[in-house]
Structures are given as structure tokens and as C-alpha cells.
Write a protein that binds this ligand. Structure first.
Ligand code: NZQ
Ligand code: ZN
Length: 392
């Protein structure tokens, strides 16, 4: 097992009715901003619950609201919130929404005190480790998928240049996250499907590499994958079933709160390529992963075949005459699972203009100096091209 440090300071508040606890979680001695997305929180009662919880501690004039954070949050929109925080002297931000709102708030938190052009935070991948430099924030999660509620990473799009870039650092963990599984009842089927596939792929990025000595991490990852395979198709049909909802939400958090990544190699190339498909064509994040993931496993088969076979045997209970046979079956079973989850696994099924996608992505990766991705740093620009072209 590789050496590691495990640091996760998020106060994770889970369960039915927990939004009420905001009255104790949000610091009362400061002006706060409630940040949200396109308005789903007004239709599903989450906004009312948040306001009711805060009403005992806060005067109306100590709460500023900032709405309109888009799915795949835009730098340009987030900078408007940054300006408001600076002028209104806001000391705490409450993100109420899915991964996009939470990621947006992480960027806002980092940008408020940043000296210089805030786009550098994304372009230069500035790491935020000093708590005194960021604005503290908490979250109320409404969409299980990204794990953003319990990690310190974020993804933000610069609209002007169609760049989808990451930021992060140990100062960007939420102070707390309130996670009430009943809030998923109002999610459209498409978003429920996305959540399952995103969480599944997060687990795969940290698991589907090569065989190593971290037995427990493998077993935890396989437990998350099995749970998602077992409940994924059902939770999409019955999001009001608390047993399904609670297990789904917890699986999505566990898939990307840092735990399963400790002491093991990880890949993340599916995400890096997938982000470009969202930047280019606005394809939902999870759907880009379903397009790229299986083809990455095919192209990188020699590197990944031992782990693919382990995955096939332990998660899908596949059998076969050889490791290779089970590994191939495991890829096909994954595609089948993605189809069950409503994914269209070809790029051409998601967008009509795709002919120059591989050229675009390869050029962009080369410009950024990304010449060696994956757990063995052997996903070269040529391999990226092969993966993307196979995905057409
Ligand atoms: O904006 P509103 O009106 O709230 O509607 C949202 C949005 O339209 C809606 N929604 C959310 N909760 C709802 C709801 N509708 C009804 N009922 C509810 N309870 O769902 C739509 C999608 O929301 P979004 O936040 O965009 O989805 P998701 O949570 O999947 O987040 C995707 C973003 O997270 C990034 C992705 O790249 C993408 O930008 N990721 C962040 C990661 C991280 N921070 O660690 C890792 C991931 O790999 C991912 O890259
Ligand atoms: Zn993801």
C-alpha cells in the first residue's frame, strides 16, 4: 500500500429532516449568502426548509441570495457573486444545490480574496491550502453524484473560451454538508441516472487500474460499485423509497470523498477527456463518462486487464476460461449497465457534430502539456485520439 495522509474535515450531517440543523451549523455572527442554481429549490421545498431553519438565527437583512448558477457552473456568473460578497462583506456562503452549485461556491470562496485575475485560479491550477485566504462555506446537497459535498475539488467552465477546468486544495472542503436523501424525490429521471453513473465512474477511476496491495480499498470500492449496480436501476424508478435513496446518496459521497483513493493508484483520464465533451457539446457530465469510460478500458486493455477481470468476477460475478475473457466480458457488462441506466454510449448518439472532436481534444491536451495520463502515465495523445475516435 502507498503512503498516504487522510484529511477530511467535513461535518457530514446525514438523514431525514436534517436541514433543520442549519440553525446550529451556519455561524450566526456574520452576514451570509445563500447560493443556488436555476430554481429547483423553490419547487421542491428545499428553499423553504432552509429559510425556516435560518429564520431563528438570522435577520432577513443579514441574508443575501444569489441564484442562477448554471449546471457546469460558469466563471462569468460566479464572478458576479464574488463582487457581491466583496461589497456586502459577506462572511459565509451556503451552497444549496447539486455539484454545480457546490463547485461554484468553492470557486467563489477561493476567488473573493484572490489578488489578480481570478481566471488564473483555473488556468494555473492554484492550490488553496490557507484557510485564512478563503471564505468559509457549507452545503445543502440536492443531487447525489459528484461527492463535492465531502471533497475539496471543483470544476468550473470559462464560457468565453469553452474551457472546463478544475480547482481545489485542502482549504476548500465545506465546513459542513447537510445531506437529506428525501430531497432526491424531485430529481428528473435523467439526473438520477447521471448521479448513479457519475458515482460509478468515480469509483472506477480509483479502482480500475492495476493489481496492488491495498486489499481494503479494493473491497470498499467493489462494495460501492455493487451497491450502485444493485440499487441504481431501482432508485431511478422509485426515488421516494428511503432505503434506495439513502444508500444511493451515501454511495455517491463515498465514491469521491477521498477515502477509496488513499494508498492506491488512480486514473482520472475518463474524466479529463469527458470534461472536454461537456465543454464542446454541453453533454451532461455523467453521460460523457459513459461514452469514454468503456472505450478507455478497451484501448488500455493490456494495462488494465488484471483489474478488469477482478472487477468482473467480484462485482458482476462473471466467469470465463481466462483472465482476458472475463476482462472483456466485464467491459461489455459495464456498457450494458450504462444502457440500463439510460446512457447513450456513443458520441454520435449525443451530438451530431463530432467529426473533429479527437483533433480538438488532442490539441488541447498537448497545449496544456498533458502528454502522459492514467495510472501508468501511458495514456499518450495517440491513445487519447484512439479512445475518442472509438467513441464516435
Ligand atoms: O439548477 P437547479 O435548478 O438546482 O437544477 C439542477 C440542474 O438543472 C437540477 N437539480 C439539482 N437538484 C435537484 C434538481 N432538480 C430537481 N430536484 C433536485 N433535488 O439538476 C440539474 C443538474 O445539476 P448539477 O448540479 O449540474 O448536477 P451534478 O450534481 O451532476 O453536478 C455536475 C457538475 O459537477 C462537476 C461536473 O463536471 C459538473 O460541472 N463535477 C464535480 C466534481 C467534484 N466537485 O468533485 C467531480 C465530478 O466528477 C464532476 O466533474
Ligand atoms: Zn464525475
Amino acid at each position: 500500500m502507498n503512503n498516504f495522509e487522510l484529511y477530511n474535515p467535513v461535518n457530514y450531517v446525514f438523514g431525514k429532516g436534517q436541514i433543520e440543523k442549519l440553525k446550529d451549523l451556519v455561524p450566526a455572527n456574520t452576514k451570509i449568502m445563500i447560493a443556488y442554481g436555476g430554481g429547483s429549490i423553490f419547487n421542491n421545498g428545499v428553499y423553504d426548509q432552509v429559510k425556516a431553519a435560518l429564520s431563528t438565527q438570522f435577520e432577513e437583512n443579514n441574508i443575501v441570495e444569489f441564484g442562477g448558477i448554471e449546471p457546469n457552473p460558469r466563471y462569468e456568473t460566479l464572478m458576479k457573486a464574488v463582487e457581491i460578497i466583496r461589497t456586502e462583506k459577506i462572511g459565509f456562503v451556503l451552497a444549496v444545490g447539486g455539484g454545480s452549485v457546490i463547485d461554484g461556491v468553492k470557486f467563489i470562496s477561493a476567488a473573493v480574496n484572490y489578488k489578480g485575475d481570478a481566471a488564473e485560479i483555473l488556468r494555473k491550477r492554484i492550490l488553496f491550502t490557507d484557510l485564512s485566504q478563503v471564505i468559509p462555506f457549507g452545503t445543502v446537497l440536492t443531487l447525489p453524484a459528484t461527492g463535492s459535498e465531502m471533497n475539496s475539488g471543483a470544476v468550473v467552465t470559462i464560457n468565453a473560451t469553452h474551457e472546463k477546468l478544475t480547482l481545489g486544495g485542502s482549504a476548500l472542503f465545506p465546513k459542513f454538508s447537510v445531506v437529506d436523501p428525501t430531497v432526491i424525490a424531485s430529481l428528473p429521471k435523467r439526473q438520477l441516472q447521471n448521479g448513479v453513473v457519475d458515482a460509478f465512474t468515480h469509483t472506477m477511476e480509483q479502482y480500475l487500474t492495476f493489481k496492488h496491495d491495498a486489499i481494503l480499498q479494493d473491497r470498499i470500492a467493489e462494495g460501492i460499485l455493487q451497491t450502485l449496480v444493485e440499487i441504481g436501476p431501482e432508485v431511478v424508478e422509485n426515488p421516494t423509497d428511503y432505503k434506495l435513496a439513502s444508500n444511493f446518496v451515501w454511495s455517491a459521497t463515498m465514491a469521491l470523498n477521498g477515502l477509496i483513493q488513499k494508498g492506491v493508484p488512480s486514473d482520472w483520464a475518463t474524466h479529463m477527456i469527458g470534461h472536454e465533451l461537456t465543454a464542446l457539446y454541453e453533454i451532461d457530465h455523467a453521460r460523457t463518462l459513459a461514452i469514454i469510460g468503456p472505450n478507455l478500458y478497451r484501448v488500455m486493455f493490456e494495462t488494465k486487464k488484471e483489474k478488469l477481470a477482478q472487477f468482473g468476477e467480484r462485482v458482476f460475478h462473471l466467469t470465463g476460461d481466462s483472465e482476458e475473457e472475463i476482462a472483456h466480458k466485464a467491459i461489455e457488462k459495464t456498457v450494458e449497465f450504462f444502457h440500463t441506466m439510460g446512457m447513450k454510449t456513443k458520441l454520435s448518439e449525443n451530438t451530431e457534430e463530432y467529426a473533429k472532436t479527437a483533433d480538438f481534444i488532442v490539441n488541447r491536451f498537448e497545449e496544456r502539456g498533458w502528454k502522459a495520463l492514467g495510472e501508468k502515465q501511458n495514456i499518450t495523445p495517440e491513445k487519447v485520439r484512439e479512445i475518442v475516435e472509438m467513441s464516435y
